[in-house]
Ligand binder design. Structure first.
Ligand code: ACO
Length: 427
């Protein structure tokens, strides 16, 4: 019988070292090298962690080759089609979908917890006009830690749940206030009569007094199809295993810092264009292309090896087949085009680029499919959400994932402070 191990030979000395292979429930096995330094006196070198599993996790599974994504074992397609974002939050936090009563109780508690302390509201005034909502959001979440110092010490399940529910409920309010501050318009308070996602859209769009835009036919209410679309976007962003911002959240939590400070660090990490900031760049690029007639020039630039230009919203480090989240959003985009009657030049450009890229040898041979950011940018534009709020919307969806990963980390007795070593090449 073959042993479930890997043997490494140091060819300088001929010494061999044997390491156990740990089999995953799904996906690649890992080599357990925790004693590698102790055994060999050497470190492993893996900048960017392309071959490193940084933790054990039971939360999210991705198969990049097959284009598969599951939360707690449930395929993302099923969650997007049959469940709300609130149910998805409950699932991520509790490892199972809620019963009807649990769902009601969870939803109700989050509505009650959506309000911000009056003292925290003052913080927004410290930011300049036109401050990017991501900067305000990250700072306000750090400030939140000072209002809830009791969450520094977490012991019972109730304490973990209260900490998690509080931040998930407050993030949309902070995001909406950050946006309204950037425009210099009055904040709209949360409304406990409204579902999470409708409440967020209302806090973004409403006039003082909670009234909707006045149109020719009276007040133009937020349509159910818009709420559903945004709810799906939140679900699709809810978690994505050990990506850059989640790794940051775990690493900050590993020092014993307050959980909300760890989340604020995740928000900062997400802001970069190579991560959550990409959705903003997709629309900026479509606006730069400007018209369907100009597309060929930009496609030629994307294919030119001597040009750094890249088609934003195409390609993915992990998905080398279609991003399953993008497939869901593509259908949603088609639905919205019909239901909201949207036929803007921007959508026409996006459709044409997608059509060309999906049939062009350059993109096919490199597995460059449209990713989630390509469609979120288009859909959020259709929902009248300004570009500066695209990444904050990603934050709203992802907060539950960060919190679930943080709780998993804190409950795991074998967790250690994150402290990698280096290959020193200096003087
Ligand atoms: N447009 C044109 N060519 C591209 C693109 C693109 N968007 N993406 C990759 N390529 C080409 C590269 O030039 C390279 O070509 P070559 O083999 O001839 O040199 C090949 O495809 C492989 O590219 P890599 O950069 O090695 O692929 P990697 O997996 O490292 O990068 C990434 C993935 C960063 C997402 C990349 O595809 C990219 O920059 N895309 C545009 C930005 C974007 O949409 N980011 C959002 C990602 S999704 C998310 O974060 C939620």
């Amino acid at each position: 019988m073959k042993k479930n191990t890997v043997t490494l030979t140091d060819n300088r000395t001929g010494k061999t070292y044997e390491y156990n292979i740990l089999d995953a429930a799904r996906g690649p096995s890992v080599v357990d090298i925790r004693t590698f330094f102790q055994d060999t006196g050497m470190f492993t070198f893996d900048p960017g962690y392309t071959s490193t599993a940084s933790c054990k996790s039971t939360i999210t599974f991705i198969d990049g080759e097959k284009g598969e994504l599951r939360y707690r074992g449930i395929p993302i397609e099923k969650l997007a089609k049959e469940h709300t974002y609130m149910e998805t939050c409950f699932l991520l936090l509790n490892e199972r979908l809620p019963s009807i009563d649990e769902h009601k109780e969870f939803d109700l508690e989050l509505r009650h917890r959506a309000f911000l302390h009056e003292g925290l509201r003052q913080l927004f005034n410290a930011f300049p006009d036109n401050a990017h909502p991501m900067a305000t959001l990250s700072a306000a979440v750090t400030a939140l830690a000072s209002f809830y110092r009791e969450h520094l010490e977490l012991d019972t399940e109730e304490e973990y749940q209260a900490m998690a529910r509080r931040i998930i409920a407050k993030i949309p309010t902070i995001a909406a206030f950050s946006y309204r501050h950037s425009l210099g318009i009055p904040f709209i308070q949360p409304d406990i009569d409204l579902y999470f996602t409708r409440n967020f859209l209302t806090m973004m769009r409403a006039y003082p007094g909670g009234k909707m835009h006045l149109g020719l036919h009276g007040h133009e209410e937020i349509k159910e199809v818009e709420v559903r679309a945004l709810d799906t976007i939140f679900t699709l962003h809810a978690d994505h295993e050990q990506n850059a911002s989640t790794t940051v959240v775990r690493n900050v939590a590993s020092t014993g810092a307050h959980p909300y400070v760890a989340i604020a660090s995740g928000i900062s990490a997400l802001w970069g264009r190579a991560h959550g900031g990409a959705n903003e760049s997709v629309i900026a690029q479509l606006e730069m292309i400007g018209s369907v007639e100009n597309i060929d020039t930009f496609i030629a630039r994307a294919k030119d090896p001597n040009d750094n230009f890249r088609l934003m919203g195409f390609g993915h480090r992990v998905y080398k087949n279609f991003d399953p989240r993008a497939r869901i959003l593509k259908h949603l985009q088609d639905e919205l085009r019909i239901e909201l009657g949207l036929n803007t030049e921007l959508m026409a450009i996006a459709r044409k680029i997608e059509e060309i890229a999906l049939s062009d040898e350059y993109f096919i041979s490199r597995n460059l499919y449209p990713n989630i950011d390509f469609y979120t940018g288009i859909i959020l534009t259709a929902l009248q959400i300004p570009k500066s709020m695209f990444t904050p919307i990603f934050v709203i969806g992802r907060t539950v994932g960060w919190i679930s990963q943080l709780i998993e980390f804190k409950k795991d007795k074998s967790s250690k402070i994150a402290r990698p070593r280096q290959l020193y090449t200096g003087k």
